[in-house]
Write a protein of this length. Structure first.
Length: 276
């Protein structure tokens, strides 16, 4: 995200917090999505931001709303941990808070004041059961893909250069996976070519690092061909706009860290890292 975009997001956040100050408290009950509660902190801010997404909710004794509701609360780090432990994925929660149905971000959001006990509610439980139904799609090239609701991407397996490899396809902001499907199919059109590009980029980016800092005691320097032979592709993640990540088992090159090469269809590989 560019600096102007960050500044605009911060402006909207402050406007939302000001809007909450003008709203009355109410009680909200809702179904937490599969990702559960999360939190973050952007220095120099000292407080942490709790974030929860409800996939169905109702205000006081009103009817169920199936439009997603984002819930936030500014807290200390200790309170963040306590709330994250108390708010479980795919469960019904209740809280006192302030509801803003038209925010500067264009969606409905709520500021949590405190958690309260959630009563048994058949409408919310029915919405939860519907949400928990598996979602799959079938593509003539990629086969069957299942939605992982925790991370909002579709998962499956493809044949890559003669070996089965896991694929993850990220959905766009509207929840559609079509753009990521186009990305993975773009890679599939020239598997040997992309395999060579990815492996060559990994060697050019990481071989010197391996030989300078990651040699075992008594281990001789690794050659380019040895480096490639020890890499084993485990998964490919495809994103909208042609972006991708190739994730490899490192074969012990970096003591168990994975090797990840990222890039896009137009420009090719542009980053290599050893996360984990």
């Amino acid at each position: 995200m560019s600096i102007p975009e960050l500044e605009e997001a911060e402006r909207k956040r402050k406007a939302l917090l000001n809007a909450f100050d003008e709203l009355p408290d109410c009680t909200i009950y809702g179904v937490v999505d599969a990702s559960g509660a999360g939190g973050g902190n952007v220095p120099p801010e000292t407080l942490w931001s709790l974030s929860v997404k409800l996939i169905a909710w109702k205000k006081d004794d009103g009817s169920v709303n199936l439009t997603p509701l984002r819930v936030m609360k500014m807290v200390s780090h200790d309170e963040l941990r306590r709330l994250m432990d108390s708010i479980n994925p795919e469960k019904v929660i209740g809280f006192r808070g302030r509801l803003c149905e038209e925010t500067p971000f264009g969606d409905a959001q709520s500021l949590m004041v405190e958690l309260v006990d959630a009563p048994a509610d058949e409408e919310l439980n029915a919405a939860l059961r519907d949400y928990q139904e598996p979602i799959t799609i079938r593509d003539p090239v990629l086969g069957e893909l299942s939605l992982n609701k925790t991370v909002d991407w579709y998962e499956g397996y493809i044949d890559w250069c003669g070996k089965p490899v896991q694929v993850a396809l990220s959905v766009d902001e509207s929840g559609d996976v079509g753009a990521a499907v186009a990305t993975i199919k773009g890679l599939l059109q020239d598997q040997p070519g992309w395999k060579n590009k990815i492996e060559s980029y990994a060697v050019d980016s990481l071989l010197e690092l391996k030989n300078d800092n990651w040699l075992d005691e008594g281990e001789e320097e690794v050659t380019k061909s040895e480096f490639i032979d020890r890499m084993e592709l485990e998964s490919i993640t495809a994103y909208p706009e042609g972006e991708y990540e190739f994730n490899h088992n490192d074969g012990g090159l970096f003591w168990g860290h994975s090797i990840r090469v990222s890039g896009d269809l137009k420009g090719g590989p542009n980053d290599a890292d050893i996360p984990g």
